[in-house]
Design a protein around this ligand. Structure first.
Ligand SMILES: [Zn+2]
Length: 272
C-alpha cells in the first residue's frame, strides 16, 4: 500500500516568515567542524559583524582522472529568514553522500547578519539576491570576487525557502537544453515534503512544482545570484524553494533530497 505523506501547513506565516529561527553562529560552528573532519578545505572570503563568509571545497574522492571531475556549486543562506538552507548545508556535509567524482563548492551562508535579524535583507536593507549585476552590498561584492576566481561549474544549486508556497518547488535554468534534472529532483522530494502543484507560482507558470522561466538576464538590472551564475559560471542550474510554512525538519529534508538527487543524476553517464 502506498504511504500517504501527512505533513500539514502550520498556518504561521502571514505577511512574512514567522516560523522557527536558528542560532546561526552554532550552525556555522558545526558546519566548520564537520567539514574539517570530513576533509573539506575552507576559505573565508569576507568577514562581517563577527561572522565569516565561508566557501567550502571538497575534492573528488577519486583523483585518478582530475579532468573527469564534475563541478557542482551549492549556495544557501542568502535570505536571512530562510533557515532551512544553512541547516541543509550542514546535513549535506554530515550525510557525506557525494558521488566520488563530484567536486563540490559549498557556500553555507551568504547573509549571516540577516539571520540574526530574521530578515530577508542584509542589515542595510539590501536584498542580496537582487544585487548580482552592479553589486552595492559588501557581501555580494566579496562573493562575486570569489566566484570570479573559481572554475566553471557543471551545475549550480541555490537553496531557498518561500513562506507563501504550498509545497516545494524549483526554478530551472537550462538554456542549452541539457538533460533536465528537475523531474527526478521533484520525485526525490515527494516522499519527504509536499510539492506545490499550483499552476501559477510567484506569477509564473508552473507544472508539478517546476518553473522554467524564460529569462533574459541582460534585460534585468537587479540580478539574483542565479542570473550571474547562468550568465558567467554554469549552463544549467536550479533554485530550490522549500515551503517555510511547514515544519523546519521537513524543509531541510526536502532541500537535502533534491541536492542528493541532482548530484547523483549529474554524474550518471549522459547527464553532463
Ligand atoms: Zn530566498
Amino acid at each position: 500500500m502506498r504511504e500517504i505523506l501527512r505533513v500539514q501547513k502550520l498556518g504561521k506565516n502571514h505577511g512574512g516568515y514567522h516560523g522557527e529561527t536558528i542560532d546561526l553562529r552554532a550552525v556555522l560552528r558545526e558546519i566548520e567542524t564537520s567539514a574539517a573532519q570530513l576533509g573539506w578545505s575552507m576559505e573565508t572570503f569576507f568577514e562581517t559583524g563577527g561572522f565569516k563568509l565561508m566557501a567550502l571545497h571538497r575534492q573528488p574522492s577519486s583523483i585518478r582522472n582530475p579532468q573527469s571531475a564534475i563541478r557542482i556549486y551549492i549556495s544557501a543562506g542568502i535570505h536571512g529568514d530562510e533557515p532551512a538552507g544553512p541547516l541543509a548545508a550542514l546535513k549535506l556535509i554530515q550525510g557525506n553522500r557525494w558521488p566520488e567524482n563530484a567536486e563540490i563548492f559549498l557556500l553555507p551562508c551568504l547573509n549571516p547578519i540577516g539571520f540574526t535579524l530574521n530578515t530577508r535583507e542584509n542589515p542595510d536593507g539590501i536584498d542580496l539576491n537582487r544585487d548580482y549585476r552592479n553589486a552595492k552590498s559588501a557581501e555580494a561584492r566579496a562573493h562575486l570576487a570569489w566566484l570570479e576566481r573559481q572554475p566553471k561549474f557543471d551545475l549550480y544549486l541555490c537553496l531557498h525557502e518561500d513562506w507563501e508556497s504550498h509545497g516545494f518547488y524549483l526554478y530551472e535554468q537550462n538554456p542549452d537544453n541539457k538533460i533536465s534534472l528537475a523531474d527526478q529532483m521533484i520525485a526525490a522530494v515527494q516522499p519527504v515534503c509536499p510539492v506545490d502543484q499550483s499552476e501559477n507560482i510567484e506569477g509564473r507558470a508552473a507544472h508539478g512544482g517546476i518553473i522554467r522561466p524564460v529569462v533574459t538576464p541582460l534585460d534585468r538590472p537587479d540580478w539574483p545570484e542565479a542570473f550571474y551564475l547562468i550568465s558567467h559560471k554554469a549552463r544549467q542550474g536550479y533554485t530550490l524553494e522549500a515551503p517555510s510554512d511547514f515544519p523546519l525538519a521537513t524543509r531541510v529534508n526536502a532541500l537535502v533530497a533534491a541536492v542528493n538527487a541532482a548530484t547523483e543524476l549529474l554524474v550518471t553517464d549522459g547527464h553532463r
